[in-house]
Structure formats: C-alpha cells, structure tokens
Ligand binder design. Structure first.
Ligand code: UGA
Length: 426
C-alpha cells in the first residue's frame, strides 16, 4: 500500500526476493509510470531492478484496493508528512490504508506497518482493524524501514537489521518467511512488540539528527574560539564509541524524514509530559535550522555586507547528493533566503532541478555549473554532489565576476581555492 519512495522500493525488493507482489497507490500518474517501468523519482540502480521485476511477472501495480485483498501479507508504506502548523505527523493516509484493507480482507492476513509513525499508532491501527474487519484473525504488525535515499537498493537488499514488531508467534513466523533470504545471509533480527518497533525507527532518525546537530554545536564553539572543527571531527571519529559517520559539520540535515520525525518525537515527548526529552529534541532541530541562517550570514560577509543586487550562484537544490528530493532542503532554504534579501539567485543541481522549479518557480535555474556561476558575485556550494566537489577553481575563475566561494558542506579543499585567488569561507 503506497508506491512512493518507500513503497515502490519495498515492492521491488519483495519481488526480487521471489514473492508475488501487487503494489497499490491512489495516484494514477505514479502507477502508470511504474507500470511502464519508469520510476517517479531518482534513485540510482532502482530503475533496472524495476524492469527486471516487471519482466519476471512477479510485480504489478494497481490503483484499486480490491486488487490487493488476496495477499497473505500487506505492507503499509504510505507517507506520514508533518501536519501544517503542527509538530505532529499527518496520519490520515495510514488510517485510510488500514481501514480500507480491513474492510476488504476476509482471510487471516497480516497488515504490517512500514511507515514511520508516532508511538501508539500500531495500537490504534489494531483497533481500526478490529472494528472494520469481518475476520477476527487479521493481525497488525510493525516492521520499520531504515532505507536512505540514494542508497535505497543496498539498504533494501542488504539491511543492517530487521525489526519485527509482532503480537503473535504467527506474525513473527510469517515475517521470517518473507525475509528468509536476507536472514539466511546473516542479517540480525530484533523481535519485539509493535510499540517498541515504532519507536526504534523514530529514535534511530533522532539519534542521527542529534549527531549532526552535536557536531554543528561544536562548530559554533570552534567559530567563537578560533578552533577548527574539521580536525576536531577527525579526532572524535577515531573513537569507535563515537564514530566518524554522521559527524559532518555544515549546513545540516533536511529531507522528508529526519526533520519531521524529530518534530513528531518532540510532540510525542511533550504529550507524555516528558518536558526534558522534548527540550533535548527541540534543541537538535533548532541548532540544525540555525546553520541555514549562519550560511546566509557568511555569504553576506563575502559579498561585503549586502545581497541587494548581487548575483549568487547556488550549487545544489536536493537535500543531499544522489537524490532529486527537495523536501526541507537546506540548500533551497538558503537560496530562497538570499532571494528574499534581493539577490539574483541562480541555482544548478544535477538531478533535482525539476522538483526545485516546481517548489520555487520564483528562482532562476541554470543547466550547468558554469552557466549558473556566470558573472556571479558569490558561489555557494550547498549540496555536496561529487561534481561540485571536483570543480576546477581556475576554470570557474574565468566565468564569475568576483571570486567568492562559500562551502556549506566543508566539502572543498580550501588550499586549492586560495591558490586560485578565491575568498573561501566554510
Ligand atoms: C534518513 C535515515 O538515514 C534513514 O535510515 C531512514 O530510513 C530515512 O531517513 C527515513 O526515515 O526514511 P535520508 O532522509 O535518506 O535517510 O537521509 P540521510 O542520509 O539520513 O541524510 C539526512 C540529512 O543529513 C541530509 O540532508 C544530509 O546532508 C545531512 N547530513 C548527513 C549532514 O548534514 N551531516 C552528516 O554528517 C550526514
């Protein structure tokens, strides 16, 4: 149920494991693209696997709930975006999926939630199922998904763990059977209750967000004291209790998951009366957002104090490299803020331009790095795509008006840029 990023990838993964899969979505356009072997989003390597599954006859797509009733196991993979004007997640699609399935299923099937949801959702879904299903044996389980955009194929076929939130041995047995090839390759399985399974996913994302905000908090101290956050990060990373990954200081996190999951967890902690927990989570969010403002300030300093009338080349629109997803993108947020300060902003991104244009038609877009940097007073690297990291400072010097570069991801080698006569800030 749900053939977006999570659902389409999961459906392809299940078909590759040898199961017969029907993937459903209410969006006709999405289903018609997928049915003709086209992905509605950018994900390296997934398109080929989609074609392979369609050719094998083990995967098909539909817009009708009725086509899904005969399945032994249903995975609910619909979106849970942030509710406008609230920290909470919008659960309407999860509720609809469980309700519509429960109304139709009349055999002892299992409905497994994969969507990221606030704690307690599975319990509520079990009530919905009890109310609407004609078969009392229909069960609810939770099996959270940890895939990263840009690495979806690897994360789906070789996950680093499987979490089964189950309320009966039968549900565990069925999930083990579904994932057998992955489990046989040695993937650890944690079997627990539904509530713990739900919380596992949210707390994993909150921890990753906290690591990024922690190093960005240290970056603030470094800036205030003249210390250097990069060797600091390297030194911390050698301690394997801390680890180097997700300790990259810079513009911070964005996307459709970390920010909204963090906010939903904050709302959940506040509802539970756990004010200290809510405060911790809120600070992680607030430190992260403060990085966007800091980027804007550093850019303004490079421009000599004002954005008004200046040409600013923004490199990156996606929230991270290897995706075309621009949801809560720090790069776009900075571009929009510079535009609001009356800069002439020109954006380039290798794959996310169409999504960015749809979200921000007021900004200007260029097809190449050189075109975007033409006559620029400032170049801002805001998403760490390889092609931006590999840019030649000498070549770029010939196209810009002023050699000012802001490196929002600590991705460039400052010495190279200094040597080519650039003012470099990170
Ligand atoms: C995240 C989690 O990593 C997945 O495990 C999870 O399944 C997924 O959310 C989800 O809930 O569906 P994703 O949103 O694809 O995956 O993005 P990440 O790779 O986690 O990156 C998040 C953000 O953190 C990006 O904006 C990235 O640029 C930023 N980041 C990452 C940093 O600012 N510093 C770092 O050191 C690492």
């Amino acid at each position: 149920m749900g053939s977006g990023y999570l659902g389409a990838t999961h459906a392809i993964g299940m078909a590759l494991l040898g199961h017969d899969v029907v993937a459903m979505d209410i969006e006709k356009e999405k289903i018609s693209l997928l049915s003709s072997c086209e992905l509605p989003f950018f994900e390296p390597g997934l398109g080929e696997l989609l074609r392979k599954c369609m050719e094998s006859g083990r995967l098909r797509f539909t817009t009708s709930y009725d086509d899904t009733v005969e399945a032994d196991i249903h995975f609910v993979c619909v979106g849970t975006p942030q509710l406008p004007g609230s920290l909470n997640a919008d659960l309407r699609w999860v509720e609809t999926a469980f309700t519509e399935l429960a109304r139709r299923i009349c055999s002892p099937a299992i409905i497994v939630g994969k969507s990221t949801v606030p704690t307690g959702t599975a319990r509520r879904m079990a009530e919905i199922v009890r109310r609407h299903s004609s078969d009392p044996r229909v069960e609810v389980a939770w099996n959270p998904e940890f895939l990263r955009e840009g690495r979806a194929v690897e994360d789906t076929l070789k996950p680093n763990r499987l979490i089964f939130g189950v309320e009966s041995p039968h549900a565990e047995k069925l999930l083990r059977a579904v994932y057998r090839p992955i489990i046989e390759r040695g993937c650890p399985v944690v079997v627990t209750d539904c509530t713990t399974a739900e919380l596992t996913k949210v707390s994993a994302n909150a921890f990753l967000a906290m690591k990024i905000s922690f190093i960005n908090a240290m970056a603030k101290i470094c800036e205030a004291t003249g210390a250097d956050v990069l060797p600091l990060t390297e030194a911390l990373g050698y301690d394997d209790r801390i680890g180097r990954r997700f300790l990259g200081p810079g513009l911070g996190f964005g996307g459709g998951c970390l920010p909204k999951d963090l906010r939903a967890l904050c709302a959940c902690a506040a509802d539970l009366g756990l004010d200290d927990v809510a405060l911790l989570i809120r600070q992680v969010d607030s430190i992260n957002l403060s990085r966007r403002h800091r980027a804007l300030v550093l850019g303004r300093e490079l421009l000599g104090g004002t954005y008004v009338g200046k040409r600013v080349c923004v490199l990156g629109a996606a929230f991270k490299p290897n995706t075309d997803d621009v949801r809560d993108s720090p790069a776009l947020a900075v571009g929009v803020a510079a535009h609001a300060e009356n800069a002439h902003v020109v954006i380039h991104d290798p794959v996310a331009m169409n999504n960015a244009k749809r979200a921000h038609p007021e900004l200007e877009y260029a097809e190449t790095i050189v075109e975007a940097a033409s006559e620029a007073d400032l170049v801002m690297l805001l998403t760490d795509w390889t092609e931006f990291i590999d840019m030649d400072p000498e070549l770029l010097s010939t196209t810009v008006r002023s050699r000012n570069i802001f490196d929002g991801r600590n991705a460039l080698t400052p010495e190279r840029w200094h040597a080519a006569g650039w003012n470099y800030r990170a």
